[in-house]
Design a protein around this ligand. Structure first.
Ligand code: FES
Length: 280
């Protein structure tokens, strides 16, 4: 085409050159328009890939060092790839690089415990269980001891119903033929008898719980509720009461008479009473 333009005359050459310029401008505009209308690449495809070269470089750095060291040992030039080595040393260097990469690969997270470690952990667990059971047993024992102590200790004060009543020396007891003496705080009648000594009779009737009274004229106890009657010593005589009068434990300690209102002794059945008016 250059030879054809050179053979042309002056006017034809100028005309031809103008045509070529117009074609070139048209082609340039067409290429520009195509570039402007071409679809843009999504930003999400490029942005996440930016750190990749850096990460690859970081991961590749130890590998390069290993390759360089292997090639140096084998006589190959440092920095060249193990695949394009000049001699058969390249294969050896490549194998060494692969083995080095395998060694450099981190081991899995699971590490089996040694028997000593297992035994030590087992011992710790046993010690913990031993101490736990020991502490629990000690706690139960302590609780039982406290409960027993509270059960055995006197729960009533002396001189109030349920506790101990100090009557005094035996010489201070009323005569055996004297009327019973009421001890209202202790809820008992104190009677001094010839055969049994001092006796403390519970003031409550054994039938339905009324408070019986001493009838001096009849020389006996009589219940106003249903008419049960008892001797001066508390034995059943007659009436609906099922048994003789109840008594409290009475003792003599160092010459002093004590009545324990916390310990009640039930009277014998009415049928066994020696004072029963109508024999069974
Ligand atoms: Fe005393 Fe019934 S309550 S006889």
């Amino acid at each position: 085409m250059a030879d054809q333009v050179a053979d042309m005359s002056g006017d034809d050459r100028a005309k031809r050159i103008a045509e070529l310029k117009a074609k070139m401008q048209a082609a340039a505009q067409k290429a520009k328009a195509a570039a402007e209308h071409a679809p843009e690449q999504p930003a999400t495809q490029t942005k996440p890939q930016q750190p990749a070269p850096v990460a690859e470089a970081v991961q590749e750095a130890p590998r390069r060092e290993v390759v360089a060291e292997a090639e140096k040992r084998e006589g190959a030039p440092a920095g060249s790839s193990p695949t394009n080595g000049a001699s058969g040393n390249g294969a050896a260097a490549k194998a060494e690089v692969l083995s080095a990469e395998k060694v450099a690969t981190p081991a899995p997270a699971f590490v089996e415990e040694s028997p000593e470690e297992k035994a030590r952990k087992e011992m710790n667990r046993r010690e913990f269980l031993t101490y736990a059971w020991g502490g629990l047993l000690g706690l139960v024992t302590l609780q039982s001891a406290v409960g027993l102590f509270l059960f055995m200790m006197p729960r009533f004060k002396e001189g109030e119903f349920g506790g101990i009543f100090r009557i005094g020396p035996e010489s201070s007891l009323p005569p055996t033929d004297a009327p019973p003496k009421a001890e209202t705080a202790g809820k008992f009648w104190l009677v001094n008898t010839t055969e049994e000594g001092p006796v403390a009779l519970y003031m409550v009737c054994t039938h339905l719980g009324c408070l019986y009274k001493w009838e001096q004229a009849n020389n006996r106890f009589e219940c106003p509720c249903h008419g049960s009657k008892f001797t001066r010593e508390g034995y059943y005589i007659e009436g609906p009461a099922p048994r003789s009068l109840d008594r409290f434990e009475i003792t003599v300690e160092e010459g002093e008479v004590l009545v324990n209102t916390g310990r009640r002794i039930l009277g014998a059945p009415a049928a066994e009473s020696p004072a029963r008016a109508v024999p069974a």
